[in-house]
Design a protein around this ligand. Sequence first.
Ligand code: CMC
Length: 431
Amino acid sequence: MTDTQKSATLTLNGENYELPIFSPTAGPDVLDIRKLYAKAGVFTYDPGFTSTASCDSTITYIDGDKGELLHRGYPIDQLASKSHYLEVCYLLLYGELPTAAQLEDFETRVTRHTMVHEQMHNFFRGFRRDAHPMATLVGVVGAMSAFYHDSLDVTDPWQREVAAVRLIAKLPTIAAMAYKYSIGQPFVYPRNDLDYAANFLHMCFSVPAEEYHVNPILSRAMDRILTLHADHEQNASTSTVRLASSSGANPFACIAAGIACLWGPAHGGANQACLEMLKEIGTVDRIPEYIARAKDKNDPFRLMGFGHRVYKNTDPRAKVLKQSADEVLELLGVEDNPLLQVAKELEQTALNDPYFIEKKLFPNVDFYSGIILEAMGFPTSMFTPIFALSRTVGWISQWKEMIADPQNKIGRPRQLYLGETMRDYIDIEQR
Ligand code: CMC
């Protein structure tokens, strides 16, 4: 953060107040209003944080107008094509691309933590089989604080590091266990000779009765999905993790809070909702009906997988996934998949419709990820857990950055109170 010596003047009731301005390395200038209430006695009002920076950060930058997403400065399309998920995890966590030795050391550390405490198997069995895997995930990740007592002290940098590696390593195992539990199959232990994405597919799709070979094209597509979802600056779930951790809560509790927030259909739950919408539309001839509904102010229906708070041009992640969807469906011999046809036609219709053009609504990352995941054999209920496991590194990187910041203080928004002012209690007989 650079103090530019610039300031803005706020005039209120005849008094002038100077508000310092900070210039970021990229993006718009930021007005510092931290002393506003103390000096001028007023709050600011911004319920959806549409104009408010909640923190400073050096991890991820989005230029919504250009459709650009950078992790530590590196564009997402370069990372998706040239790098792989664990290398991106290293980049997000430590700020630089690793050397070969650093990467090997990191991969070994993650790989050594992939198994979960055996007692956790019993914990899973307390859930109903028909529980949504996100419900199981929230519960089990929260419960990690009951199993890993030696990485709960957030004031100890070493414990923070161990918690970070544990979460990145165990989330695929826990997500795969939630899936296996929901379909009544035995849990599959991780295999450390497989890479991160291949191991996840192995834990989801192999059964003890027969050999399972992970198709390298599918594991590459899985790795790309994980990479594209790894971080996305101060979105709702990341801000939830930061707010939860601002009280000093342990990392597992904070990540569980992030998972709970991600579940909503306006956020990570959109990938499940999008595929369900494509199935409901079913055939291309029904698209106009759904476009009309999305535009109707009296109908709550929205085109799932469309629109974004920050991207107002294109979502760079969606571009990569669209190509990946074509590759995966071709490999699996399902290029003429009706869902893909509906998706492509819907995309074209919406992109040429004045409503969507005017409101700058484009396909987002969730539009194509569901098609790929379904083609791989995942049920829709697993889409959001897969988003959660990929985003865990982003949450953890932001959490580590926040805890290490000496300026870190508990988050405590103010409010615009519109309720009753003080009034006297009335006894029940007199009401
Ligand atoms: N379909 C139809 N109209 C829409 C849509 C949509 N998907 N998204 C926004 N609009 C309209 C909205 O009705 C509003 O119109 P008006 O100005 O006339 O009231 C205008 O566009 C602006 O919408 P907003 O709700 O004020 O925008 P927002 O920045 O608060 O919401 C969003 C962003 C992503 C929640 C929203 O676009 C949406 O609900 N999209 C569908 C759900 C979705 O795909 N979510 C995944 C987001 S990307 C992955 C992630 O973050 O997890």
